[in-house]
Every structure is written in C-alpha cells, then in structure tokens.
Ligand binder design. Structure first.
Ligand SMILES: [Zn+2]
Length: 119
C-alpha cells in the first residue's frame, strides 16, 4: 500500500480515537452527574427508570470501548507494517474499504462470510 494512503489512514484512526475518547469521557461524566442528581431528588426519580438509563449508558460505553480496541489494534498493525491484510485469509483488504472503515481487519469476503454465519 502506498505510504501516502497509509499516512492518511493513520490520521483518520487517530482522529477517530480522539473522538471516541471524548465521547466515553462525556458519558462517564453524565453517569456521575446522573448519580449525583439522583441522590438529591431521590424520591422523585423513578428508580427502575434511572437504573435502566444507567444500563443503556454503560452498554453504549462498552460498544465504544470495543471500537477503541479495534482502532488501537489497527494502529499497532500499522506500526508493524501488517496493516491492510485480512486477519482471516491474509489477502490485502481493498483500499477503498480501508479508507471508509480504517479499523477494518477483515476483507469484504471474510466479513460477509462471518455475518452469514452469525445470522
Ligand atoms: Zn479475508
């Protein structure tokens, strides 16, 4: 893969990483604030409702953590010069696919096969 393409992919990954970290931090902040306001207005807030909200928030964060891991993995593959290869079949992943989803680690065929298995 061309160096220029790799560099722009690395930039994209780093930017995505920053945004994710910001989102995760903001959500954790919300969660803390939620707990605090719950203490103040304890008897007004419906308890079942608020714990459901917390569950949704922590699930959202979990998903973002997962994404963050994928981005970190992609960045370390970039550093090792392994970037752009499908982890399943070892073929080069289409450049357009990588530019659209820079953290992709499977080629489109393997991804499609995986989704077929899942559903
Ligand atoms: Zn593959």
């Amino acid at each position: 893969m061309r160096k220029r393409v790799l560099e722009s992919i690395e930039k994209k990954l780093l930017k995505k990483r920053d945004q994710l970290l910001e989102t995760i931090e903001a959500e954790e902040e919300n969660e803390r604030e939620g707990v605090e306001s719950e203490n103040i207005t304890g008897d007004i807030v419906d308890e079942a409702n608020s714990s459901y909200e917390q569950l949704v928030i922590s699930r959202l964060t979990e998903k973002e953590q997962e994404k963050l891991n994928e981005i970190d993995e992609a960045l370390s593959r970039l550093n090792e010069g392994m970037y752009g290869r499908c982890v399943v079949c070892g073929k080069s992943i289409d450049e357009k696919r990588l530019l659209a989803i820079p953290e992709a680690k499977k080629c489109i065929e393997c991804k499609a096969a995986e989704e077929k298995r899942r559903y």
